[in-house]
Design a protein around this ligand. Structure first.
Ligand SMILES: Nc1ncnc2c1ncn2[C@@H]1O[C@H](COP(=O)(O)OP(=O)(O)O)[C@@H](O)[C@H]1O
Ligand SMILES: [Mg+2]
Length: 657
């Protein structure tokens, strides 16, 4: 499972042990077009967290300038008695001198403090005046807190909206890139890779890669900013107490990075298993007929269950590490807060901290703990999600090995000939074709004969440039295929194969696929020529009949006639028939043959791979492929008079029918 075309190479495996920085560089490239939105979100986070902490910070003047002084004048009924109900935990004589000396350079605090100071020491002002002052200060604090309170949801909305916008666009870009890549990748890639795995990468891994970015901007960076602002407030309130908090910082970092590394490795295995499960499901869906025919439901069910259970196990491993990381960080944080409170209270007098400062310090440190927790969580989740990014970039990095040459030419209809010279090809080590030479004139019809597996389809695939030859070349009108643009090459070719392929859609849509800009009349004409109208007219929905996934609701012959109509519509100058009728029963074969005859009527160069004598006889020349090369060539009568595979195959057919 870990091997296969998409598996990790060794040096990539090593990358797992690091933190995957190259991946991040790649991921951030997706962010570049939307920097503005991201920067806005970041700036807002900075402002919003400052405002948020400021709200907690207001506790300091609330205690020092309202609650505590009010406690002293509580006897006065000027305060309507409300202050008596306030829960003031300590009766702090200490706070009085501390209060006066450690005045923070708070702009708002200044005027009240200047007047507040004498109140504490000398009763110069009347009790009413003091109460009045306290009340004014209280109102100021309430208003400041209120403004922050009202403003915060609004700016958070702007922040969340702009980051969601940027991330949404990035998700679209990623999906588009993967799809474009899958379309561009050579046929060889698709034949060699498991469809479920590719599908899982295109859907699931894109999702997790995107989530990694979401976490980076949503939680990681925003939390870091919040922590930064929070720590600034804390240091400002009391650097001595802040030092204690900083001790634990490196410890937390150590824990989450080590867990992060483990999570990344196990998440990668889980994503792989996800591909495995998807693959199973796809096999069930595409092979459902076979499964039912062989009564293999129970076996498939068991196999699927086995794979999903494995997925579950791998997922639990990731979860276990994630939870361990989270709760270790929790533990460290809680014990830190606990000791800090204890120590803070014990050394309050020594540090000359006022009650209000201490209160603000603990509330702010508590608030700062939240982003720390989020950060730790985001870090481990990112380790998890970047495994998806890993797999995504593996697909995106696959080379597209068949490009148009920069000096590629456009070809029109074939005028002179199609030529193969010294053509050799192999899929792996075993050569399939070796040193094949031929020359086919424009307008000629050539039949290619040979045993199953001789390389007939391979020859055709080379002609369509699905693969490039390992040696030699094919030329059309003197141009090497590698010097012809793919668009113009495939524009000249139509293929009808043994396995007609239809898309899930209506008959009409499938016909139009051959030439999307064709007029309605032209499409109908082609449909008539391919005898498609004969069965379509009997269908209640006519051309709007849904063919079902891959055309399952039509018979083989009907499907074949649709693909022939498609080919007629395209009016190609090169026509390829690869065992077009070999999987049909004799009745539908007759219909399809009529359609093919129409198709053959145009001015085309035709390659026909066939087993029917009547088709072969129509050909101007016959090539017999054997042992990877053309061993016999000539007309039917010529070849029939020779000893060789041709006569052998024909005799075989005669005895069979
Ligand atoms: N995509 C592929 N990957 C590897 N081997 C292949 C592939 N397609 C065909 N082959 C092998 O190449 C040989 C020729 O196959 P093919 O051209 O399909 O034969 P034919 O069409 O004459 O029956 C066979 O041995 C087959 O197993
Ligand atoms: Mg074949």
């Amino acid at each position: 499972m870990e091997s296969g075309p998409l598996s990790l190479r060794d040096h990539e495996q090593n990358r797992l042990d690091q933190l995957g920085l190259p991946i991040w560089r790649r991921l951030l490239r997706y962010v570049r077009p939307y920097w503005g939105f991201v920067a806005l979100a970041m700036a807002i986070t900075l402002a919003a967290s400052a405002a948020d902490y400021f709200r907690a910070y207001l506790l300091m003047p609330l205690f020092d300038e309202v609650i505590l002084p009010a406690g002293k004048t509580a006897a006065s009924t000027q305060l309507d008695g409300w202050i008596d109900q306030l829960p003031i935990p300590f009766d702090l004589g200490v706070s009085q001198p501390a209060d006066a000396e450690s005045q923070p350079a708070d702009a708002e605090g200044q005027p009240a403090d200047a007047e507040g100071k004498p109140t504490a020491e000398a009763p110069l002002l009347s009790e009413e005046a003091v109460a009045e002052q306290i009340r004014t200060r209280f109102v100021e604090i309430v208003i400041a807190a209120g403004i922050v309170l009202l403003l915060l949801p609004l700016i958070y909305f702007v922040r969340d909206y702009s980051s969601a916008y940027a991330l949404g666009r990035i998700h679209v870009d990623m999906k588009r890139d993967v799809c474009a890549k899958l379309l561009a990748l050579p046929l060889r890639f698709h034949q060699e890779s498991r469809r479920g795995d590719v599908y899982a990468r295109a859907v699931n891994d894109v999702g997790t890669a995107h989530r990694a970015l979401d976490l980076l901007f949503g939680d990681l960076i925003q939390s870091s900013l919040r922590i930064f602002v929070g720590v600034a407030f804390l240091v400002y309130l009391s650097w001595q107490l802040s030092m204690m908090a900083l001790v634990v910082g490196p410890l937390i970092i150590l824990v989450i990075t080590s867990f992060g590394r483990r999570i990344r490795a196990s998440a990668r295995k889980r994503q792989q298993q996800y591909g495995e499960v998807t693959q199973r499901l796809m096999e069930i869906l595409t092979g459902i007929k076979v499964i039912k025919a062989f009564r293999a439901e129970a076996a498939e069910d068991a196999a699927y269950r086995r794979e999903t259970r494995k997925l579950f196990k791998r997922n639990m491993k990731v979860t276990k590490n994630r939870l361990l990381a989270r709760h270790s960080v929790d533990l460290m944080n809680h014990s830190l807060t606990y000791t800090a409170i204890l120590i803070g209270i014990m050394v309050m007098g020594w540090l000359e901290i006022s009650m209000g400062e201490l209160a603000a310090f603990f509330v702010i440190s508590n608030q700062t703990y939240r982003p720390v927790k989020k950060l730790a969580k985001a870090w481990v989740q990112i380790a998890d999600a970047s495994a998806g990014a890993d797999r995504l970039f593996e697909v995106l990095d696959k080379p597209v090995d068949i490009h148009d040459a920069p000096d590629a030419v456009e070809i029109g209809r074939v005028r002179r000939n199609i030529r193969a010279r010294g053509l050799s090809f192999s899929y792996g080590d075993e050569p399939v074709l070796e040193n094949v030479d031929f020359e086919v004139n424009a307008g000629e019809m050539v039949a290619i004969i040979g045993r199953t597996g001789a390389g007939k389809t391979t020859l055709i695939d080379l002609l369509m440039r699905f693969y490039d030859p390992t040696a030699g070349c094919i030329e059309i009108d003197g141009h090497d295929l590698r010097q012809i643009t793919r668009d113009s090459l495939l524009g000249q070719i139509a293929v009808v194969t043994q396995e007609p392929f239809l898309f899930d859609g209506t008959i009409w849509e499938n016909l139009r696929y051959g030439k999307p800009d064709a007029s309605r009349e032209k499409i109908l004409k082609a449909a008539r020529a391919a005898h498609v109208d004969e069965f379509v007219d009997e269908m209640p929905d006519g051309y709007d009949t849904e063919v079902g996934a891959t055309g399952v609701r039509l018979s083989g012959g009907q499907r074949q006639r649709i693909t022939i109509a498609r080919a007629i519509l395209k009016d190609p100058s090169i026509l390829i028939l690869d065992e077009a009728t070999s999987s049909l029963d004799s009745k539908s074969e007759r219909f399809v043959q009529q359609a093919i005859d129409t198709l053959l009527g145009g001015e085309r160069t035709v390659f026909v791979i066939a087993h029917r004598l009547s088709t072969i006889r129509q050909a101007d020349r016959i090539f017999v492929i054997e042992d990877g090369t053309i061993t016999q060539r000539g007309t039917h009568t010529e070849l029939l008079s020779q000893d060789g595979l041709y006569r052998e195959l024909l005799e075989l057919q005669n005895t069979a029918t």
